[in-house]
Design a protein around this ligand. Structure first.
Ligand code: ADP
Length: 494
């Protein structure tokens, strides 16, 4: 045991909704919550119905209007958000345990990455609070035209299960910096770290009612949140199918603006002149094995120039043998469980259908023999695939990499393009001109050159082209999406 190992039965669970600064739990229907690492039920989550959602949103609306959150000097808002970040840092271990227990995040990563970047993301957004001035418009000289930025009031956020804390901070940070209150509905599979996150906001001095959490399923609680008339804007991260349903529900319930960060099938385009195939292979492996591929920007399609193919595959086979699967509460674990048994079955189904259509597994291709009944999937590389292969076409959200090869730049770029998705792409080449040509051509919201994956550069917005989404998380764009603009024209002619 190292310091980071923990007993999963010893973690305190804040089980309930968090409304108006209080943990709320009423009698009513519940849903069982399982630990992905061993499939054990560890809590019964209340399912918030339309009345619970109404209570949370009304309360948030009142707090946003009366608590001074939006009207105080904006630097005060920034200061409170930074105190919040400090409290999160101070609780890194217990918050890390809560995150690791219920999600797929191994404890070492939960501590070093998830909790740390959650706090840092809030600090990044806090700094926008007093930098959101509007514009003076060009009008005739005896008129003054102003474009004034205003918060929506209450923002609704719906988050997925893969990075519960980070996703909550990506939504709450820009919403709060802009002066809104927020009601977050976390995934019913990973509901609890978001409650602690919200409790810490209030402990940091953010007024009660500004950060709220409603628990429950997407169909009941999420849908009620999207449709609530007081919600000014919706921010969602999750699957393309659910994103489309949310867009339709927002349209039907008041034409609310939506930010949707959706699925991906991101290519890693590797040219034979990449500066180091060793490093490129490491990046490619990390991008699909991190969180066992349960990452929206996972680099799931390796597209490698013919001359570099054999070396890349040889290196990848070594790297794919290295991850250590295990329960998220062990500090030795480097490879995540799959969030649920049905999700592991889904991964396996796509792999099976791909093999039936001619793909072959260079490694993996099966469920990993059960570790304490958790659902794990073998790190998998599929070759002999084409654009028609299910594993190339469909988002898998598992540790499955497909390999395609190409002769020349044109063919590589054509293969990189996906008919539906455009979330992210990687390009690996030492030729700057070739890299820049690829950057121009790739239809993706993020392009990484000679690296892959996010850094703490929150200034870079993230979001998709095509069916990978609408609008952006992170960056100035995320803050602006949490504001609406009022035009003011003042006539002061004599
Ligand atoms: P997954 O299928 O991988 O769980 P989803 O996109 O369905 O991904 O889920 C992401 C989030 O969206 C979760 O919090 C889920 O509860 C919520 N959700 C699912 N369906 C709906 C819906 N119809 N309306 C609102 N939220 C939903």
């Amino acid at each position: 045991m190292t310091m980071a190992d923990f007993d999963p039965d010893s973690v305190e669970i804040p089980c309930g909704h968090f409304i108006g600064g209080k943990l709320v739990r009423e009698d009513g229907p519940t849903i069982s919550v399982r630990r992905p690492s061993d499939n054990r039920i560890y809590a019964e989550l209340p399912i918030g119905d339309a009345a619970v959602v109404d209570h949370a949103v009304q309360n948030a609306g009142k707090a946003q209007e009366t608590s001074g959150w939006a009207t105080q000097p904006p630097r005060e808002r920034a200061r409170a958000m930074k105190r919040w970040a400090d409290l999160i840092d101070a609780e890194v271990e217990s918050l890390g345990r809560l995150e690791a227990l219920g999600s797929t995040r191994p404890i070492m990563q939960a501590i070093a990455v998830d909790v740390a970047s959650t706090a840092e993301g809030l600090r990044f957004f806090a700094e926008y609070a007093d930098k959101l001035g509007g514009e003076v418009a060009a009008t005739r000289s005896d008129n003054l035209g102003l474009v004034v930025s205003e918060p929506y009031g209450v923002v609704g956020a719906i988050t997925p299960w893969n990075f519960p804390l980070s996703m909550a901070s990506w939504k709450a940070g820009p919403a709060l910096a802009a002066g809104n209150a927020i009601v977050i509905k976390p995934s019913e599979m990973t509901p609890f770290s978001t409650v602690r996150f919200a409790q810490l906001a209030i402990e940091a001095g953010i007024p009660a009612g500004i950060v709220n959490v409603v628990q429950g399923t997407g169909a009941v609680t999420g849908d009620a949140l999207v449709r609530h008339p007081l919600i000014g804007k919706i921010s969602f991260t999750g699957s393309t199918r659910t994103g489309a349903a949310i867009m339709a529900a927002s349209a039907a319930s008041g034409v609310k603006p939506v930010t949707l960060e959706l699925g991906g099938k991101s290519p890693q385009l590797v040219f034979a002149d990449a500066q180091s195939l060793a490093k490129t292979a490491e990046r490619a492996a990390a991008s699909i094995l991190g969180n066992a591929g349960q990452v929206c920007v996972a680099g799931s399609r390796l597209i490698v120039q013919r001359q570099a193919r054999d070396e890349m595959i040889e290196r990848l086979l070594d790297l794919f043998a290295a991850p250590r699967p295990g329960p998220t509460w062990s500090s030795a674990t480097t490879f995540s469980p799959i969030i649920s048994t049905p999700q592991a079955d889904r991964i396996d189904d796509i792999v099976r259908r791909s093999m039936a259509s001619g793909a072959s597994a260079l490694t993996g291709g099966r469920r990993l023999s059960a570790i304490q009944d958790g659902a794990f999937y073998e790190p998998t590389i599929l070759s002999d695939v084409s654009v028609e292969t299910p594993a190339v076409r469909e988002e898998i959200f598992g540790p499955v990499l497909t390999v395609q090869s190409f002769e020349d730049e044109e063919e590589g770029l054509a293969l990189a393009d996906h008919p539906d998705y455009g979330l992210a792409a990687g390009v690996h080449t030492a030729d700057i001109n070739k890299a820049l040509r690829a950057v121009r051509r790739l239809k993706a919201g993020t392009v990484w050159v000679n690296r892959y994956g996010r850094t703490l550069d929150f200034i870079l917005p993230t979001g998709g082209y095509k069916r990978s989404g609408v609008g952006k998380d992170l960056g100035r764009q995320a803050v602006e999406a949490n504001l609406r603009h009022k035009s003011v024209l003042i006539d002061f002619a004599a």
